[in-house]
Design a protein around this ligand. Structure first.
Ligand SMILES: Cc1cc2nc3c(=O)[nH]c(=O)nc-3n(C[C@H](O)[C@H](O)[C@H](O)COP(=O)(O)OP(=O)(O)OC[C@H]3O[C@@H](n4cnc5c(N)ncnc54)[C@H](O)[C@@H]3O)c2cc1C
Length: 380
């Protein structure tokens, strides 16, 4: 968890986030998980600290820090609560980043300063009942009618949607053209025809809130089209690499929290008069956890550094996301194993980590989709 490759500024930032998380998030994480409620006030606190804008330029209200600082933020937040990191990442790395990369100046200034201050919260919706890994099946339509687009369809499993003020939505503008006929829209919550369901019950990430959004003849003005008509989503797939780096980072952060729990429990749990951590099997498991997490963190930082150097990093972002999230699942499963029956109890951290980790392999492109991306870049 020490990293000589980080600069003094990055270490100071990490320490500040860690202090905040230990005071404001870690002590409340189990309660928020049980209550299945996202503490929305956190957005404004993180916005006031300038951290929501860690990866955004100053001219739109960001703090100009870049991908490395953003990865540090996600990892440290996830150490306290992966569900809190999930809500923040959807708001910043997906909804707000889409506006940053694809929006015109008017759209950026209309949405980003308030978003990065935590005053307006965003969600990102592409998934549907029939479109998950295969995004070409998106059935939500946006039909042009004068100077508005009329949206009809439904987006499923949308994080932050129960309280989001703006929604970046993928819809087909030329359905016959498949992926080359999909556009992005900024839908504002108060627009007529936007209906959000009650929050869903989930296995993990209890404190994050997700629901279904149904669009029923929702008339979105032309000025809310994000990026070029028909190509907005294709462009978004190319430029939204920050999401994969963020997913990797919060896999690492969740893994760190699980490792700490494993070390704490096995060092104090006595069986036959000695700590269970004195057994070689346990010691080797802890060593393997630390080694894999270190590799995952360095892969994440590597992707972030290439991103900050404005070099192509599609492959590195996918490698980091794939390795870090699968590592997190392995580490969290082993943690539950090492913590035995105590870890299986509902008040334990181990069971929360075990329930939280799996979705990291599913969202932001499943592990299979990351492997497909890497293989494609390898030329096979
Ligand atoms: C907690 C949570 C939060 C979410 N938040 C959001 C959100 O904010 N916005 C949003 O748009 N979506 C969100 N989602 C949905 C998420 O994007 C989808 O779950 C994801 O895209 C996978 O789609 P699917 O679940 O329909 O799985 P499917 O596409 O049905 O896939 C099922 C399985 O088949 C595998 N598979 C599918 N195609 C292939 C292939 N070609 N090759 C090999 N294997 C394949 C998949 O890897 C997976 O293991 C969220 C989901 C969860 C659980």
């Amino acid at each position: 968890m020490t990293d000589p490759t980080l600069t003094d500024e990055q270490i100071q930032f990490r320490d500040a986030v860690r202090t905040f998380v230990e005071k404001e998030i870690t002590p409340n994480a189990t309660r928020w998980d049980t209550e299945e409620r996202y503490p929305q006030e956190l957005f404004q606190k993180l916005g006031a600290l300038g951290w929501l804008g860690a990866a955004f330029p100053e001219d739109v209200g960001g703090s100009g820090g870049g991908s490395i600082l953003y990865a540090i933020l996600c990892a440290e937040l996830a150490r306290g609560s992966a569900a809190i990191a999930l809500g923040l990442y959807v708001h910043t790395a997906l909804a707000s980043a889409a506006i940053l990369h694809l929006g015109n100046d008017e759209q950026k200034m209309r949405f980003l300063p308030e978003a990065l201050a935590g005053k307006k919260i965003g969600c990102w919706g592409y998934a549907e009942a029939g479109a998950g890994a295969d995004i070409s099946c998106i059935a939500t339509r946006a039909d042009k009618d004068g100077d508005v687009y009329v949206l009809n369809g439904a987006k499923l499993y949308i994080t932050n949607s129960p309280f989001a003020d703006f929604m970046v939505i993928v819809a087909a503008t030329a359905p016959e053209k498949g992926l080359k006929g999909m556009s992005l829209f900024i839908v504002e919550r108060e627009m007529a025809g936007v209906n959000v369901s009650a929050p869903f019950k989930k296995l993990g990430m209890g404190a994050s809130e997700m629901a279904e959004i149904v669009f029923d003849n929702c008339r979105v003005p032309e000025c809310n089209l994000l990026g070029p008509e028909n190509f907005g989503f294709l462009l978004a797939l190319k430029v939204l690499t920050l999401g994969r780096i963020a997913s990797a980072a919060f896999g690492v952060g969740l893994g760190w929290a699980a490792l700490e729990e494993s070390i704490g429990y096995t060092s104090t749990r006595l069986q036959a008069g000695k700590p269970v951590s004195s057994h070689q099997f346990v010691r080797f498991t802890l060593a393997d956890m630390a080694t894999k997490l270190e590799a995952a963190w360095q892969l994440t930082l590597h992707g972030a550094r290439i991103a900050d150097a404005n070099q192509p990093h599609d492959k590195e972002a996918s490698m980091a996301k794939l390795f870090a999230t699968e590592t997190a699942t392995w580490v969290c499963e082993r943690t539950l194993h090492l913590c035995g029956a105590q870890g299986y109890m509902r008040e334990s951290k181990a069971q929360r980590f075990y329930r939280d980790c799996k979705v990291l392999e599913l969202g932001e492109g499943t592990s299979e989709i990351q492997r497909e991306t890497i293989a494609r870049i390898l030329g096979v």
